[in-house]
Design a protein around this ligand. Structure first.
Ligand SMILES: *Cc1c(COP(=O)(O)O)cnc(C)c1O
Length: 387
């Protein structure tokens, strides 16, 4: 990694843990076997490694290993959960009545784009608003649910503002109404506890958890029937064909093992670092606003609006920081993010918003240095807000 840059973009991706890389290495070499080639020892060794990894993912999720379907990441897991469920034979028939599917305005693009595709093909989709705190109102969900509602898709932790939706309560409401509950837990998995009992489908990804990119999983509660999106050799119980990437699965498994062992201590440390960052930023910019609920939030997330500041111009003055603005919502798109819009942030404040993502390798010294760099940069570009 580039040691001269302070990495504060853990929501985009988390640097691979050294232990993960070491666990993967043998499977990029002599452990090259196809885990589905079960007629010889080379295949068996790979299969064993993949199944050990599946057990580690399942353990962190509190699931059974046979409820874990490996995918290429959370984007694919979200697509499989949403499109696969609605395409299942049980869900044949008209989908235009009632709120057939319910989601929230602040979901990840990989969920919202599935919803748009469903709508285009005539499925009734209801999008719940969120409050200024970034959270849905459970009463709104109760009111939106219809007898026809098949699926509710609401994320565990938001990737921009880090807020934690009330998963247990949402799950209970869905179950009472007879709807299935899919939860995109790409940011929450391994960072905060997730009440799996509340959920029917859970999307997770390795690279947000210090594992390799290109692998993730969908937890599918036993009895929930999906139609695959990818057909072929019927790997992953026919739900996701294609040869599993042994090294990636092994790395993901190791990342889950480490998270299970270290999550609690890491969360406490990150929350303290985050609070130190917020204190420091408030000293530099007293009129700063925290975007979304500060209390119900991932320990490593901070998203703030600096009134009167152009966040993009500020980042240009901060080449030593790897940091995101709050305004770029997806690759190549400009304009305020749909998340900041959804919490009611005026465009000027959205353009002055920064997303800090802290993680396993963030040190107190880095936070102090980042604060000094931000104070300097604001003094260079800023009008009055730099003190
Ligand atoms: C990163 C992310 C995704 C996409 O995950 P990939 O594994 O990169 O496809 C989906 N949802 C959320 C909330 C994310 O943060």
């Amino acid at each position: 990694m580039n040691d001269s840059v302070i990495y504060l973009d853990y929501h985009a991706t988390a640097p691979p843990d050294r232990r993960v890389v070491e666990a993967m290495a043998p499977f990029l070499g002599e452990g090259f076997g196809n885990p589905h080639a079960v007629s010889h020892a080379v295949g068996w060794a790979a299969k064993e490694a993949v199944e050990a990894a599946r057990r580690k993912v399942a353990m962190l999720a509190s699931a059974d290993p046979d409820e874990i379907v490996f995918t290429s990441g959370a984007t694919e897991a979200n697509n499989l959960a949403i499109l696969g469920l609605l395409a299942s034979p049980e869900n044949a028939g008209p989908k235009h009545a009632g709120a057939y599917v319910i989601t929230a305005a602040t979901e990840h693009p990989s969920v919202l784009a599935c919803m748009a595709a469903l709508e285009e093909s005539g499925t009734a989709v209801t999008v719940l608003p969120v409050g200024a705190d970034g959270l849905i109102d459970p009463d709104n969900l109760r009111r939106a649910l219809q007898p026809e509602t098949k699926l509710v898709s609401i994320m565990a932790a938001n990737n921009e503002i880090g807020v934690l939706q009330p998963i247990t309560e949402i799950g209970a409401i869905c179950r009472e109404a007879g709807a299935l509950f899919h939860c995109d837990a790409a940011q929450a998995f391994g960072k905060v506890a997730i009440d799996l009992a509340a959920v029917d489908l859970l999307s997770v990804t390795s690279h947000k958890l210090h594992g390799p990119m290109g692998v993730g999983a969908l937890y599918v509660r036993r009895g929930v029937r999906l139609r695959p999106l990818i057909y072929g050799g019927r790997q992953e119980r026919g739900l996701r064909s294609g040869t599993l990437p042994t090294p990636l699965c092994v790395g993901f498994g190791e990342a889950c093992r480490i998270a299970a062992a270290e999550r609690a201590a890491e969360a406490g440390r990150l929350a303290r670092l985050r609070d130190r960052l917020l204190d420091g930023l408030r000293r530099i910019a007293p009129d700063l606003r925290v975007n979304g609920s500060l209390q119900r939030r991932l320990p490593g997330n901070l998203n703030v609006a600096l009134p009167g500041v152009d966040a993009e111009a500020l980042l240009l003055e901060l080449p030593g920081l790897a940091l995101s603005t709050g305004s770029a919502c997806a690759t190549g798109q400009s304009g305020p993010s749909h998340v900041l819009r959804a919490i009611g942030l005026p465009d000027e404040l959205a353009h002055g918003s920064l997303r800090f993502g802290l993680g396993r390798f963030t040190s107190e010294a880095e936070i102090e240095r980042a604060l000094a760099m931000i104070a300097d940069a604001l003094a260079r570009i800023g009008p009055a807000q730099a003190v």
